[in-house]
Design a protein around this ligand. Structure first.
Ligand code: ZN
Length: 300
């Protein structure tokens, strides 16, 4: 079994299962199949849309011999394939990157151990068993096919636990690294608003139009005087109809807006309205009632 995991970028860990199940073939043919799968999978990952936004690529195999040879001097079967894998892996740091924050990174090859003696395995094993009925059913079909193939020597089923363990471990590590990255690199406006990372941001449940207004107000990138001046936009209206400059927080202070519909947020500060779940909900309802950005502070 082989897993490829792209990690350390902006878009979350991305995995691709290149081979799965058990191959009922003599040992050396299993070796060749795994080596070929590693090489083909690596090429696909290098050419993927995620590669320019990703730091490291992890190649996880449960075949210890293949994992060792991919990292060292190949001997015996599939030497040519293993050398080709190493050539592509060595070129990984030179691929074009599309984001300054991403480091060139490396291709890491790891053997995924069996489940004996691994911390937390029992829990993962339970979870894997619950979710693995489909996979096991697939293995049974493969068994039937293998038996028809007569020349094969049946091997032990690959326990789904191995992937469950690797997947959970990598997800946790990715999340920790992303949190560290965000703590250092979050835009100043987000730091000022104390907006951290959330796996399920509450604002994503807002209607799209309000979400757009919210993100503009948080980031300062939108129909605002300073933003237009900074980028030299012409033919733009820099003031609200009340005469004050358009700013990210003007909706909160505009007297005309308040007259059109009283603010539902009481004494809460503008930062709270832009950050909290109840604040963003109140903002949505108020925008619906006041038509603020449509009639009072329109784009043109
Ligand atoms: Zn105004």
């Amino acid at each position: 079994m082989l897993w490829l995991v792209l990690d350390g970028g902006h878009w979350g860990a991305w995995k691709q299962e290149s081979t799965h199940g058990h191959l009922c073939l003599p040992r050396h043919e299993v070796f060749d199949a795994e080596a070929t799968a590693a090489y083909e999978g690596l090429k696909a990952a290098c050419n993927s849309a995620q590669a320019p936004y990703t730091q490291n690529l992890y190649v996880l195999l449960d075949n210890q011999e293949v994992a060792q040879q991919l990292q060292g001097s190949p001997r015996g079967s599939s030497q040519h394939t293993i050398l080709a894998f190493q050539e592509v892996a060595n070129a990984w740091p030179t691929r074009p990157l599309r984001c300054q924050a991403i480091q060139p990174g490396q291709v890491h090859v790891h053997w995924i151990p069996g489940h004996a003696g691994i911390a937390g395995n029992e829990q993962a094993d339970e979870q894997a068993k619950k979710g693995a009925r489909g996979i096991l059913a697939g293995n049974e079909q493969a068994d039937e096919q293998a038996k028809k193939g007569a020349r094969s020597t049946p091997q032990t089923n690959t326990p789904p636990t191995r992937y469950a363990w690797a997947h959970r471990t990598l997800k946790e590590e990715f999340w920790q690294r992303f949190q560290a990255f965000w703590a250092e690199n979050a835009p100043q406006q987000y730091q000022d608003l104390s907006i951290g990372l959330d796996k399920r941001p509450h604002e994503l449940s807002l209607p799209r139009a309000t979400l757009g207004r919210l993100l503009a107000a948080r980031s300062g990138h939108g129909d605002f005087a300073q933003y237009h001046e900074r980028f030299g936009h012409e033919d733009t209206k820099l003031e609200c109809s009340c005469g004050h400059p358009k700013t990210p927080h003007h909706f909160y202070y505009c007297q005309k807006g308040h007259k059109a519909s009283p603010h539902p947020w009481g004494s809460r500060q503008v930062d709270e309205i832009l950050r909290s779940k109840s604040g963003t909900r109140d903002l949505h309802e108020w925008l619906q009632r006041s038509h603020f950005y449509r009639t009072i502070c329109p784009a043109h």
